[in-house]
Design a binder for this molecule. Structure first.
Ligand code: FES
Length: 195
């Protein structure tokens, strides 16, 4: 924008048809001043986002960790919160879901991992996952009551049919890995801090 303004102003100040400098030295000086000012402004507009992108913005810093109050989430319900731009699934598992997750033999799993390694000791009713399918990155279904959750009762990715169980482990379909568990900790029995 600054460049085009300088250029159009320069034309109105007497560039010849071949783009040469005007004969009047004062006009030429003015043009050069405006051109360099335009370049400086243009340069500044390029550099600023680069510099800004190197320093985490305040809102990004603010989201480097997120606290979630678990109190309103009833057994059998799941919510999605955003953490560092990622969807985080927080599910209050029912006793049946916990049992189903624990009863699976590791040799039945594509990415063998015990349920106990995916939840916090003493809080195994809570499942916290990064809700990004490990196949090609879609967001699986399974948090809303009406969602299809697949034959293992966990999450279903409709993009190519990956099915996850009640521990977020891949059980069927093209996804190669379990849903990731983010870094998180219990701040109190009813509050977690993600990140
Ligand atoms: S992205 Fe989920 S199955 Fe392909």
């Amino acid at each position: 924008m600054a460049d085009s303004t300088a250029a159009s102003t320069a034309d109105s100040h007497g560039h010849d048809s071949h783009g040469g400098h005007p004969a009047d030295p004062s006009k030429r000086d003015m043009l050069e001043l405006m051109a360099s000012a335009g370049a400086a402004i243009f340069g500044a507009s390029i550099v600023w986002p680069l510099v800004a992108s190197m320093n985490p913005a305040a809102d990004v810093l603010a989201l480097s960790s997120v606290e979630v109050d678990l109190t309103p989430i009833q057994p059998g319900q799941g919510i999605v919160v955003s953490w560092q731009g990622k969807p985080i699934f927080v599910r209050h598992r029912t006793p049946e879901e916990i049992k189903s997750a624990k009863d699976v033999k590791l040799n039945e799993l594509n990415d063998p991992q015990a349920d106990a390694a995916r939840v916090k000791a003493g809080h195994d009713e809570w499942l916290v996952l990064i809700g990004i399918c490990t196949h090609l990155g879609c967001i699986p279904l399974g948090n809303k009551p009406a969602d299809v959750r697949g034959e293992f009762g966990g999450y279903f990715c409709p993009c190519h049919g990956s099915v996850y169980d009640t521990s977020g482990r891949i059980r069927r379909g093209p996804a190669p890995k379990n849903l990731d568990v983010p870094q998180y900790a219990f701040v109190t029995d009813s509050k977690i801090k993600i990140g």
